[in-house]
Structures are given as C-alpha cells and as structure tokens.
Design a protein around this ligand. Structure first.
Ligand SMILES: CC(C)(COP(=O)(O)OP(=O)(O)OC[C@H]1O[C@@H](n2cnc3c(N)ncnc32)[C@H](O)[C@@H]1OP(=O)(O)O)[C@@H](O)C(=O)NCCC(=O)NCCS
Length: 178
C-alpha cells in the first residue's frame, strides 16, 4: 500500500472513487451528494486550507480522505477530516485506518494542534478520535447526530474548552452534510 498527498491532477479520479464507494454503500443519491461535495471541496478550497491523502495499490487508487481547515477561536491550528472512502473491494483490510494515520502524521509535521471529524465513534476511535461535547468545542453547523462529533489533540496538550463559534471551509458549510 502506497500513501501519498493528493494533487489537483487527481481530482477527477478521486471524485469518481467517492461516487462509486458511496453509491455502493448508501445508494446512488448519496453517491451524487458526496461527488458534488468533493467537487466543491477541491475546486473552492484554498490550497493551504486543504490536505488530501490517497492510498494506491498496484498503481490503482483504493482510498482517499480530505482534511480541511477549521477556524477556532483560540487561534490554534485545526483541521477536520471529511470525507473518507475506501474502494469497496479493498475495505476491511486496514486501508482506511492506514490512510487516517498517514493523514494525522502529515498534520503533525505541519504543526497542526487539533484534528476533528464527524462520524462513527467506534470506527474513528481506532485512530485516536474521541467524542467531544459541543460545550467544549462547537461544531460549525448544527449536528443531526451529536454523538459523532469527535476530536483529538495532535500536540500532546489536552483539548481546551473554547468559547465562540468555529468556521469550516465553504464546501463543508452546508447544513445537509451535518
Ligand atoms: C468506513 C470505511 C472508510 C472504512 O475503511 P476500511 O478500510 O474498510 O476500514 P479498516 O480496514 O481500516 O478498518 C476496519 C475496521 O473498522 C471497522 N469498520 C469498518 N467500517 C466501519 C463502519 N462503517 N463503521 C464502524 N466500523 C467500521 C471494522 O469492523 C474493522 O474493525 P476490526 O478490524 O476490529 O474488525 C470504508 O468502509 C468506506 O469507505 N465505507 C463507505 C464510505 C463511508 O462510510 N465513509 C466514512 C464516512 S465519511
């Protein structure tokens, strides 16, 4: 398995991967929603606010994830993981967890303080994410499933309670995604 950073020239391949994986997992409509979200993410986000990671096996794309910047009131540097997909035929072989770990290592090398995500706590708990309350850090949009609001510190210091709101990138600032 080869992990590397996403480059813009891979956009079309990556959009198709997300569409294929989410269509198979959650139906065609969800495949369209995620393809549109990833298209917005890669076309409207400033390069310094987006970190994509890809997994390849035998020159074929088998997984992808994106971290995008989350602006928080403390001034610490934070990114949020969304979305993540592993090719249907490559699932349950550790690709997803390997990709997340690779992405977290990239964030640490860039001295990012905090990583957030919104998803299944039992899955993301395997790579260090823990459930947090919105009293600690508010999510940028209202959450339909508050149990999925997750974070981890990347610099060794505990996550401090933050007053005020948080702001995500434009593509993610869509209440229907939350
Ligand atoms: C969710 C997903 C990214 C997991 O990637 P993966 O490479 O299959 O997962 P890994 O092999 O790294 O991890 C497998 C472990 O996670 C668990 N797991 C896998 N998918 C899971 C899910 N959707 N929810 C909870 N746990 C899950 C498995 O039980 C397994 O645990 P075990 O090793 O203790 O048996 C992948 O299945 C996928 O792309 N699914 C469709 C799209 C999706 O739901 N994306 C995430 C939301 S943005």
């Amino acid at each position: 398995m080869l992990f590397s950073l996403f480059t813009e020239s891979q956009s079309q391949q990556v959009i198709e991967l997300f569409k294929r994986v989410f269509s198979a997992a959650e139906g065609e409509a969800e495949g369209e929603v995620i393809a549109s979200f990833v298209t917005q993410l890669v076309t409207t986000t400033q390069p310094e606010d987006l970190i994509g990671c890809i997994a390849e096996e035998n020159d074929s794309l088998v997984g992808c994830l994106f971290f995008s910047r989350l602006w928080i009131s403390s001034g610490q540097v934070a990114f949020i993981l969304s979305p993540l997909a592993v090719a249907t035929e490559a699932q349950r072989k550790g690709v997803g967890q390997g990709l997340i770990q690779y992405g977290l290592d990239q964030l640490k090398s860039l001295e990012v303080n905090l990583a957030f995500t919104y998803g299944d706590p039992s899955y993301y708990g395997k790579t260090g994410f823990q459930q947090i309350s919105q009293d600690l850090v508010k999510a940028p949009c209202p959450l339909s499933q508050p149990i999925g609001w997750l974070a981890q510190s990347l610099d060794g210091s505990p996550i401090q309670a933050l007053s005020g709101s948080t702001q995500c990138v434009e593509a993610l600032n869509d209440p229907s995604l939350w």
